[in-house]
Ligand binder design. Structure first.
Ligand SMILES: NC(=O)c1ccc[n+]([C@@H]2O[C@H](COP(=O)([O-])OP(=O)(O)OC[C@H]3O[C@@H](n4cnc5c(N)ncnc54)[C@H](O)[C@@H]3O)[C@@H](O)[C@H]2O)c1
Length: 292
């Protein structure tokens, strides 16, 4: 199946990153969010990243202009009706995903593939919200999307071989490395990474270490590029909590979210995106130790 036009639902950190990679790989992209403010934020992120690529000599100014010509935006989901492939990247909430997939199923052509960038929710379940579960697939990008090479592809029970192959080919055209995982909550990556972040939050909660010590110990001790609390702030603590609830529901209390994580989300301390999480962030963002 030939893909020309890609729809991206959500212009947050993942949706804008996916749009940037898709448009830079020569696809026409229509990015949708619920209001103009969210769209402008997403567009600014894409423009700033392209500016950096021009400064580093990776693309020319003309190429930057041409890339941006292929990016359009909308607040109306109905505008995605001509898209050949749609990638959903709205917040990690099953009711929200259900609403989006039901609408996309009604709007788009029957042949169009509907992919979800969910970190944890079953693709079989997302497929059940549509009348085309054979054309629903998990396409799990990593953050920051322009930098991270991996795409985890997840088949729901009904996902067809053709849909899988189309998604794999698209991932390669985007310059990524596709790897397959089976459809269990959190797949491979989120089950391991999020339980690691949650455990790090428990060590903070129980006073085993302070944020900077916990992160430094894991960076130096396990050779990780980022500490787990730093990573949680970067991912967004709301997303971390949502994923932990999905893992807990599926596999039991081994994956119980740390009470401190719940408290931070209730306080609106969601990490980098709100300027405060386990650390506080300035404009750039310069990190300072936050109090627990
Ligand atoms: N943050 C990460 O590191 C990461 C990594 C991989 C996957 N994911 C997954 O990607 C998805 C998005 O995460 P994010 O970090 O980009 O979140 P985010 O909070 O940065 O962005 C979510 C965006 O979705 C928008 N939105 C909400 N409802 C919408 C709708 N009906 N239509 C269009 N837009 C809508 C919001 O306005 C917001 O701009 C989640 O499912 C998350 O689990 C996140």
């Amino acid at each position: 199946m030939e893909i020309k036009k890609i729809g991206v639902v959500g212009a947050g950190q993942m949706g804008s990153g996916i749009s940037e990679v898709a448009v830079s790989s020569g696809f026409e992209v229509l990015m949708r969010d619920i209001n103009q403010e969210a769209i402008e934020r997403g567009k600014r992120r894409i423009e700033a990243n392209l500016d950096k690529r021009v400064q580093k000599g990776k693309i020319s100014s003309d190429e930057r202009v041409n890339i941006l010509k292929n990016l359009s935006t909308t607040t109306r989901l109905e505008d995605l009706k001509e898209c050949d492939f749609v990638i959903e990247a709205v917040i990690e909430n099953i009711s929200m995903k259900e609403e989006v997939f039901k609408k996309l199923d009604a709007i788009t052509r029957q042949e169009a593939v509907l992919a979800s960038n969910t970190s944890s929710i079953s693709i079989t379940r997302i497929g059940s919200f549509t009348k085309r579960p054979d054309r629903v697939v998990g396409m799990h990008f990593f953050n920051p999307v322009p930098v991270m090479k991996l795409i985890e592809i997840i088949r729901g029970l009904a996902t067809s071989d053709e849909t899988f192959q189309t998604t794999r080919d698209l991932s390669l055209k985007m310059g990524k490395t596709p790897l397959e995982a089976n459809d269990f909550a959190g797949f491979v990556s989120s089950r391991l990474i999020f339980s690691f972040m949650n455990e790090a939050i428990y060590t903070l909660y129980e006073g085993v270490g302070k944020p900077e010590e916990i992160d430094a110990i894991m960076k130096m001790g396990a050779n990780h590029p980022m500490g787990p609390l730093e990573l949680a702030d970067f991912v967004g603590l709301d997303t971390v909590l949502s994923v932990m609830y999905v893992l807990q529901e599926s596999f039991g209390d081994k994956y119980r979210p740390c009470p401190l994580l719940i408290k931070y989300v209730h306080a609106g301390y969601l990490g980098v995106k709100t300027g405060r999480g386990f650390y506080t962030y300035g404009e750039n963002p310069v990190r300072k130790l936050s109090t627990v």
